[in-house]
Write a new protein. Structure first.
Length: 487
């Protein structure tokens, strides 16, 4: 007898539902008692409302995939998209108490003796048929405003980076919840069995970089097959994907087949879904050995495409390279591609740093939108650009016309979206003349999340997973779809 066969044969005599029922003589009374002692004994999975059948959405989707260009650290809307000339007119004057109100402040400005207003150092112009205001440090974005839907009235409860970032990504400030990409993987399943549903790409600019942690692409309490897979720069974009030294591909295949047999036996004994999840992950890694190098290969990209994204797209790990890779992953069926670009936390030296951050992301972000459009992919791909909250209209610390900073501001911030059934050439929501409070059409983080799910054919109130006795969803207990921005 082969050692493996013997191992399978001698696999432990562990307690399972079959053995439990046998020990109770399979009587009606025993079955009733069994259901009391083991409530999940006869439950074959989650409640019917908790899952979708084979990745079929609740209704016809407008989008199939999402590319989320997350600007980590919170870009200052006053320097990019939310034009407020009054701040220049009132330069150095105290923000009126009627505007500031009783807003919660961070520990960095709570003890300031004054809160002088500061207008943007950069000029703005209106562009396109939509007449959207865009600053001069975003010239490429300015050219595509008629493809974009600006939402200027986003708001959140979180005032510090980690809870705000965790909130917009997972729907909770505390963490240990599935991220948006994981929810979409869970609800919609695979488009390409050779690539993960959810991938993560990281880059960094020159500014203060807030931390980006793996909890942001965690599967939380969902099966681990829905966890985001981080791609890195270098020869091994996905760690541990290569065959171990001394093991060829055929031997790797045989090893996986044997592991699958053992895991299948374990699943029959325990009924633990994580066992089958591990098998799926092993198989995915095996298939990715061929698929990932092909996706990472830029040699087939035309000179026009390279020129569109800019020369940095040939430098692995840059924002431009990640945008181009995002397009390749998306067109190959990856459901959710998450980019994080760090460096937007400008509490000081904002004029210098934000110019460089804008230069890092402006051309490539616009190129991604236009590249998707020319390939006929924009209509089915929802592109999102934005951070975790906004920036204050008053300065943090010392003030001068060419050197100032802005503190965190959860009351209002700006994002933009493109494609995926979102109305192009639209500006939604407004802030007051100080850029401090929302004047019309507020959009909460949960509203934003509900809208993203809706565009992929998912009802956020039905996308539920039962865990530890509670029914969880991405939007927690709130959120409404913002139909006004949808075509």
């Amino acid at each position: 007898m082969k050692p493996l066969d013997k191992e399978i044969l001698e696999h432990g005599l562990n307690f399972n539902r079959r053995r439990f029922l046998s020990s109770m003589s399979l009587g009606i009374g025993g079955i009733a008692l069994g259901s009391l002692l083991m409530p999940n004994l006869f439950k074959g999975g989650h409640d019917e409302a908790d899952v979708l059948a084979n990745g079929i959405p609740h209704f016809a989707p407008k989008a199939k995939r999402v590319i989320y260009l997350f600007q980590n650290g919170a870009p200052s809307q006053q320097e990019l998209f939310d034009y407020k000339p009054k701040l220049r007119d009132m330069f150095g004057q105290e923000i009126p108490e009627s505007i500031k109100g009783t807003q919660r402040l961070t520990g960095m400005t709570a003890n300031q003796s004054s809160f002088p207003l500061v207008g943007s150092f950069v000029d703005f112009k209106q562009y396109g048929q939509s007449r959207a205001w865009v600053s001069d440090i975003m010239p490429y974005t300015a050219k595509i405003v008629d493809e974009l839907c600006f939402v200027k009235s986003m708001y959140t409860e979180a005032i510090n980076h980690d809870p705000a970032l965790t909130f917009i990504q997972t729907g909770s400030q505390q963490g240990n919840r599935p991220s948006m990409g994981s929810w979409l993987s869970y609800g919609l399943g695979n488009e390409n069995k050779n690539l993960p549903n959810f991938t993560v790409l990281l880059s960094r600019g020159i500014g203060n970089g807030q931390g980006v942690y793996s909890k942001l692409w965690s599967n939380g309490f969902l099966d681990s097959v829905h966890q985001g897979v981080q791609f890195s720069k270098g020869e091994d974009p996905v760690l541990y994907l290569r065959d171990p030294e001394g093991l060829n591909r055929l031997e790797r295949r045989e090893m996986l087949d044997h592991i699958s047999q053992l895991n299948d036996l374990s699943y029959q004994e325990f009924g633990d879904p994580e066992i089958t999840t591990k098998v799926k992950q092993y198989e995915m890694a095996y298939r990715m050995q061929t698929a990932v190098p092909e996706v990472m290969d830029l040699s087939k990209e035309s000179d026009d495409v390279i020129k569109m994204y800019g020369p940095d797209c040939l430098v692995p790990g840059t924002y431009a390279a990640n945008c181009l890779l995002a397009r390749k992953l998306s067109e190959n069926g990856v459901r959710f591609v998450q980019l994080y670009h760090q460096g937007w936390d400008q509490h000081g030296n904002l004029p210098y740093e934000i110019k460089h951050q804008a230069k890092d992301v402006d051309q490539a972000s616009a190129a991604l939108v236009m590249d998707l459009k020319q390939r006929g992919l924009l209509d089915e791909t929802l592109v999102i650009w934005g951070g975790e909250f906004g920036r204050t209209s008053y300065t943090q610390g010392k003030l001068s016309a060419d050197n100032y900073g802005r503190d965190h501001h959860p009351r209002c911030f700006t994002i933009w979206m493109a494609g995926g059934g979102v109305k192009p050439g639209m500006v939604y929501g407004e802030t007051d003349e100080f850029g401090y409070n929302i004047a019309q059409n507020p959009v909460h983080v949960h509203d934003f999340q509900a809208t993203v799910l809706h565009q992929l054919g998912l009802n956020h109130e039905k996308m539920i997973f039962k865990h530890l006795g509670r029914r969880y969803r991405l939007t927690d207990v709130s959120g409404k779809v913002v139909h006004d921005i949808l075509s």
